[in-house]
Design a protein around this ligand. Structure first.
Ligand SMILES: Nc1nc2c(c(=O)[nH]1)N[C@H]1C(S)=C(S)[C@@H](COP(=O)(O)O)O[C@H]1N2
Ligand SMILES: [Mo]
Length: 201
């Protein structure tokens, strides 16, 4: 085999999908959890939306799984620097859940919470318009517990700390309330393309 000297490594082409300051983790999918992975069976999982909505509602596993499926195929970006391309998640669009609860016009922000107590805040606009999911499959298989299974929030256009694992609920508010990392100096929105890593970025 002829291998041209200097061309034996991976081609280093600029990746236009890579936000500033990020690197491609390729096959790796690091686990980042502030808490111990909970022992949460699908039958014990539920998802609740409340706050500034017409009709607060709780879905159990079967009710959520009966909703029309929606998938995301693309990239995810962690604030610690890694991005991962070509991921595929399957679940239900948050628009489908919001259609049931009907957010008030006064709702501007959301506070998402995990069954473990982890929280994160987001502008409501980042959760609508087909850009956010409750996801339970990754690559065609059930989402692994350490990655948030049975179900996690997925908001791939923001840094991945917004994508609450073991999602339990979302409260809609008319003001922004900082979540776990946001209280510890991280950015209220976390747009990777604007490098909104820390408050003040
Ligand atoms: N419940 C919960 N959700 C969480 C976290 C966490 O610690 N607890 N970490 C966040 C962070 S910082 C990142 S980068 C991603 C990591 O998801 P992964 O472990 O599946 O890669 O989950 C986010 N969601
Ligand atoms: Mo993260």
């Amino acid at each position: 085999m002829n291998v041209t000297r200097g061309f034996t490594g991976r081609p280093r082409v600029a990746n236009p999908g890579l936000p500033p300051g990020q690197y491609d983790a390729r096959e790796d999918w690091p686990v980042l959890s502030a808490e111990v992975t909970p022992d949460l069976a699908a039958t014990d999982w539920s998802f609740h939306i409340d706050g500034l909505v017409e009709r607060p509602y709780t879905w159990d596993w079967d009710a959520a799984r009966a909703l029309p499926a929606s998938s995301y195929e693309g990239a995810i970006h962690c604030v610690t620097g890694w991005s991962k391309f070509g991921v595929r998640f399957e679940g239900v669009s948050l628009d489908t859940f919001f259609h049931v609860v009907r957010p008030h016009g006064s709702a501007t922000h959301a506070l998402a919470r995990s069954h473990t107590g982890y929280t994160t805040n987001l502008p409501l606009a980042d959760l609508t318009g087909g850009r956010a999911w409750i996801a339970w499959e990754y690559g065609g298989a059930p989402l692994a517990p350490e990655h948030g299974g049975p179900a996690r929030l997925l908001v791939p256009h923001l840094y991945f700390w917004k994508s609450t694992k073991w999602i339990a609920g979302i409260t809609l508010l008319d003001h922004d309330v900082p979540g776990f990392w946001e209280r510890n100096g991280y950015h209220p929105r976390g747009n990777p393309w604007a490098e909104q890593r820390y408050s003040g970025d």
